[in-house]
Design a protein around this ligand. Sequence first.
Ligand code: PGA
Ligand code: MG
Length: 234
Amino acid sequence: MLKALVTDVDGTITDRRRRINTAAVEAVRTLVDAGIAVVLASGNTVCFMDGLCKMVGTDGTIIGENGGVYRREFSGTLRIPGDKKACLAAFEVLKDYFTEKGVELELYSAQYRFADVAFARNIDPDEARAVIRDHDLPVRVLDTGFAIHLQTPGVSKGTALVELAREMGLAPSEMMAVGDSENDTEMLEAAGIGVAVRNAPARTRSAADWVSEGSYGDGFVEAVKKYYPYLFSR
Ligand SMILES: O=C(O)COP(=O)(O)O
Ligand SMILES: [Mg+2]
């Protein structure tokens, strides 16, 4: 029995331009009204997620910054397993490397982040990975399709899902997770049911138990209807 749904945000309940899919919002509200816990899990910041939870209508349980932070409900304690210092130090190394090549890295919402570092996708993430490897830095590089992130190894949406499940008194096997990108792979593996929307890259799709026919928000709605059919049988 699936008692909770953990969903990625960008690329999963949005379109490719990051505009929210209104049918996905309706599907989330149907779950919430039926007493299914809905967790929004994203690379985004806590403040972004808080606004989104309010407007979508969830209880504020979030995984943010790719698992670098998580919190149960709006009033819960913010847990921060990520290591912002190490991510920022690695970012400085990358910045120097790419500046040397005439490319400026553009940080995203750095002042609102507790754990990871996010920046614009104007570089090849594999080149960034090679620099990180050469300097033996304790971070990993994640390309979400919307931003590049630096994250602490061993910290992911998957590890946060497991921790949150414990706080919520649930087993990860009672959770379904939906995502679209490489930053979702671990949570699709950790959850009882992992779903990838069609637009996900091959590695993420192969981590999933099921892949939707439709892409983006349409794929999300399909998944919710497939796994909670009794809520949508009219
Ligand atoms: O913050 C990003 O880069 C992408 O966010 P997401 O994890 O909600 O897709
Ligand atoms: Mg995404």
